[in-house]
Structures are given as C-alpha cells and as structure tokens.
Design a protein around this ligand. Structure first.
Ligand code: SF4
Length: 198
C-alpha cells in the first residue's frame, strides 16, 4: 500500500445535485462487506452462516482507490465521508484510510466533524428493555497523534485539540463507551432498588 495517495481534487465544474437539485454533501463509503455480528435484519444467520462467501480481496477497493474516488467526489461538492461496512473496523489499518481521507484537499478543517457513539442495550427477563448511549463530538485530525488508545483514537480530535490517543487514563471518564456504561449502571441500580421505569 502506498503511503502517499493522490489526494489532488480534480477540477470538475458541475457540483453533484440530487433529484430535487440540492447539492450532495455526504458520501457513504463501505470499506468491507464483512461483519462479526449477525443482526437479523442485516445479516440473518440462515443466509450469512459459516459457509457464506464474502467478497474476495481483489473485488474490494484498495485504500488508494477509495481515496482517489473520495477526491473526485470532493471536487463535486461532497464535504463529508462516512465510513461503514459491514463492520468497518474489520478492515485492516482503517485509521490509515482516515488519514488519507483527511488529507484530501477541499475538505476544510471545520467540516471534518466526527462522532463516537456507543449504545448499550439491556433486556430483562420478562421483556423490559433499556437502551442508553454515549456520544463524543470531535473532528478528524490532520494527522494521527498519540500512543494510547486503538482504532480511530489517534485521528479523533477532541474539542480541546487532543486526540483520544493523547488523553491517557482520562479516556476512562470521557469515552463514549464509559458514558453509555455509566448510564446503564444507573438503570441497573434503579432496577435493583425495585424501580419501575428506569
Ligand atoms: S453491519 Fe451492522 S447491522 Fe449489519 S450485521 Fe453488522 S452490526 Fe449488524
């Protein structure tokens, strides 16, 4: 894999418009068809069982191809790239792709917004259901920074300018997972005290 993708935005005059003549600003990029979950509505086990064959490697876009396409879309007015899958973190070296997308000309710093979200669900015997979430707003850093953390942490910049990989043990307090789990702990405590609608 090359470490210096062509991130030059080609000179295209006409912006992309949808059928209501609104400019298209978001591009959803699926980086893999694989996922290690089997949500019933998405990958039912009877279809995506052990024998299911996912796409062969040579039919998956390389990071260079994705970055090139993203640069073309940026030239057409797209200002937000959403990485998805399957489960995008199953793609090896995904932070490298984020770094390559962040380097694309034409996506100003103010438009590099990013969000971490974690959702915790609890279903009690009897069927009561509780869902709690944690969210952190940030932006995609211009380059990876920090030694701690994993996954997107080195390229996820918090409002104070540090990346999630630079905040060390503070992450235990501020992370989206910590927020979601704390909220669910309150639910569990309320339920344990006999509360009805935690
Ligand atoms: S891609 Fe998302 S919705 Fe589909 S199986 Fe995986 S986790 Fe579930």
């Amino acid at each position: 894999m090359s470490s210096s993708p062509d991130s030059t935005v080609p000179d295209v005059e006409q912006p992309l418009l949808d059928r209501f003549q609104r400019p298209l600003r978001d591009l959803r990029i699926s980086v893999t068809d694989r996922c290690n979950f089997r949500c019933q509505y998405c990958m039912p086990r009877e279809v995506f069982g052990p024998g299911f064959e996912f796409l062969p490697r040579d039919q998956i876009l390389s990071f260079e191809e994705i970055a090139r396409l993203a640069a073309v879309f940026a030239s057409l007015g797209v200002r937000k790239f959403r990485l998805t899958g399957g489960e995008p973190l199953l793609r090896n070296d995904l932070p490298k792709l984020v770094e390559m997308l962040a380097a694309i000309d034409g996506v100003p710093r103010a438009r590099r917004g990013a969000r971490f979200r974690a959702v915790v669900a609890l279903v009690l015997p009897g069927g009561r259901q509780f869902v709690r979430e944690g969210v952190i707003e940030g932006r995609i850093a211009l380059e990876p920074r920090g030694e701690s953390g994993f996954g997107y942490d080195p390229v996820f910049e918090l409002p104070d300018g540090r990346t999630m990989a630079e905040i060390g043990r503070e992450k235990q307090d501020v992370s989206h997972r910590a927020q979601a789990l704390r909220a669910m702990m309150e639910v569990l405590n309320t339920v344990a005290r006999g509360g009805g609608d935690a």
